[in-house]
Ligand binder design. Structure first.
Ligand code: FAD
Ligand code: 2HG
Ligand code: ZN
Length: 508
């Protein structure tokens, strides 16, 4: 490995808000044995999991659908339906609408805001059985797939055709393309390929009354009035169930490389970003930030391979830079030139750079960054704030949050163990994770609305990429005006007048 030494938004009224996570009372019908008998007419036995008779599955079979990835949010659904076709989804939804049964659409259940599990006993409609690639055009790179296709499986399908998916996330082995679209997932390639509002070309959606909206276009350009598909991208299952996705894949880069840069101080991140962009220009494909504690947690919990001690010594934080381009020699020359100039500068912005020399080392460096979420969840219970703020303020926000928790007497091993920051610097997206011994009302009360007010004071967004889910419905006004929220409510009422689609998520 290469290693060388070297105008504030007006804050909403606090008094009127509720801050504990207490979902509004939902008034929907519970699934009954008669409903199960009806679902048996639509679906084969293997597609119904229910504790109700005559199916009578053990409750343990339901828990992976009722509990979220963090084990923070817990639903009480009695029934999970796993349709295999759009027609089956449509029949289920039509019936639930008539009966007043609420539905939670569920993909890979890797969401981090409590959006994918019920608040009460809503029916869970899992897309996990809809896994067909419907078509792929190797000339345009457009792939059309069932919503339940796992992101990684789609990448594997595309690899022999020399294409890649335009998005990549640590949860790729479990998350589904329908879930990605429904959360407008960002991830590690957004800097290069932009977000899903650009790369998704068409959607097939089952609307809350069971009607199938077929907008599964494979056209790059289509200016025929309102672009309705955009409404479902990031709707978190509140407007309908995405059953099919048409998406533009990207040509696979012919050469990729990465380097982990160790920085003596956070203040160097921004000048470094400018310099890296200037020198690497079109081959820069990722610029990811990892603070020291996040790095230590990743290594402690076996994510990637630890850097040598001398590379870590004196580092306040790290930046992982990835390049992707068309010609290895050209890209290597640029990257090596960058590293040399960084290390030889009069006042170097970095201490060291650890450059991957093989595909295995490339993956190991990425594993450190991608593994932080997993590491944090092994260390304790994480309160996750996924925020957009000016990059210059990343460290300040982490420090202010830590100081605030300290002032509340909560910064000790039995309450909050660590406050860490990492994320997508290139996109202005910080992941602020507060790692606690347990989820407690006391810690939550110390964090909220504190964090949201802090974000608003930087004119930031309370959700850069994970969404609102059940976690932030009561905080939406920190990032959206009353006019916007009112319009969102009208759109929701237009699509879903009975409110059966993922109630209590996104909007209160
Ligand atoms: P789920 O968690 O099942 O559902 C998420 C939301 O979408 C829910 O509201 C659900 O109701 C709705 N939904 C799911 N499928 C459908 C459908 N077919 N139709 C309508 N609504 C639907 N997120 C990022 O943005 N960037 C990251 O880098 C990132 N990294 C992650 C790393 C790890 C280790 C983990 C655990 C999570 C990460 N996430 C990230 C969060 C999560 O993976 C994404 O939000 C992902 O897009 C969710 O997909 P899913 O299939 O698991 O959806
Ligand atoms: C990432 O960028 C994901 O790694 C997850 O968005 C962030 O766990 C988190 O807070
Ligand atoms: Zn992220």
């Amino acid at each position: 490995m290469f290693a060388t030494r070297c105008a504030v938004r007006r804050l909403p009224q606090r008094a009127a808000r509720r801050w504990a996570h207490t979902p509004a009372t939902l008034k929907f019908n519970s699934v009954t044995e008669q409903d199960i008998a009806h679902f048996q007419k639509i679906l084969p036995a293997a597609s119904i999991i229910s504790t109700l008779s005559p199916v009578s599955s053990p409750a343990s079979e339901l828990s992976i659908f009722n509990d979220d990835w963090m084990n923070k949010y817990h639903g009480k659904s009695t029934t999970v339906l796993r349709p295999k076709s759009t027609k089956e989804v449509s029949e289920i939804v039509k019936y639930c609408n008539e009966r007043g049964i609420a539905i939670v659409p569920q993909g890979g259940n890797t969401g981090l805001v409590g959006g994918s599990v019920p608040l009460k006993d809503e029916l869970i409609l899992s897309l996990g059985n809809m896994t067909k690639i419907r078509s792929f055009d190797p000339v345009s790179g457009i792939i059309v797939a069932d919503a339940g296709c796992i992101l990684e499986a789609m990448s594997e399908y595309l690899a022999p055709h020399d294409y890649i998916m335009p998005l990549d996330l640590g949860a790729k082995g479990s998350c589904q393309i329908g879930g990605n679209v429904s959360t407008n997932a960002g991830g590690l390639r957004l800097l290069r390929y932009g977000n899903l509002h650009g790369s998704v070309l068409g959607l097939e959606v089952v609307l809350p009354d069971g009607t199938v909206l077929d907008q599964l276009s494979t056209l790059r350009k289509d200016n025929t009035g309102y672009d309705l598909k955009q409404l479902f991208i990031g709707a978190e299952g509140t407007l309908g169930i995405v059953t099919g996705v048409s998406i533009l894949a990207a040509p696979a880069p012919q050469a990729s490389s990465n380097v982990m840069l160790a920085l003596p101080k956070y203040d160097n991140v921004l000048p470094l970003f400018r310099e890296v962009k200037r020198q690497l220009s079109e081959i820069l494909s990722a610029f990811e930030f990892i603070d020291r504690k996040s790095y230590e947690l990743a290594v402690k919990h076996g994510q990637g391979r630890a850097l040598n001690d001398e590379d870590v010594e004196g580092a306040e934080c790290f930046v992982l830079v990835e390049t992707s381009g068309g010609k290895r020699e050209h890209d290597e020359e640029k990257l090596n030139g960058l590293l040399e100039s960084l290390l030889e500068a009069d006042e170097p912005l970095i201490n060291t750079g650890v450059l991957s020399q093989s595909p295995a080392q490339f993956s190991q460096l990425w594993a450190i960054r991608e593994g932080i979420t997993e590491a944090v969840s092994k260390e304790g219970k994480a309160y996750k704030y996924d925020i957009s703020i000016p990059v210059a303020s990343f460290k300040e926000v982490v420090d202010k949050t830590r100081d605030h928790l300290k002032s509340k007497g909560l910064l000790h091993d039995d309450a909050v163990k660590h406050v860490v920051g990492y994320g997508h610097v290139g996109d202005g997206n910080l992941h602020l994770n507060v790692v606690a011994a347990a989820y407690t009302p006391e810690i939550e009360a110390a964090l909220e609305p504190f964090v949201y007010e802090l974000v608003a004071s930087y004119k930031g967004s309370i959700s850069a990429e994970h969404g609102i889910g059940a976690m932030k419905t009561h905080a939406l006004q920190y990032s959206k005006s009353t006019t916007s929220i009112d319009l969102m409510k009208k759109i929701k009422a237009l699509f879903d007048p009975k409110g059966i689609m993922n109630p209590g998520k996104v909007l209160e």
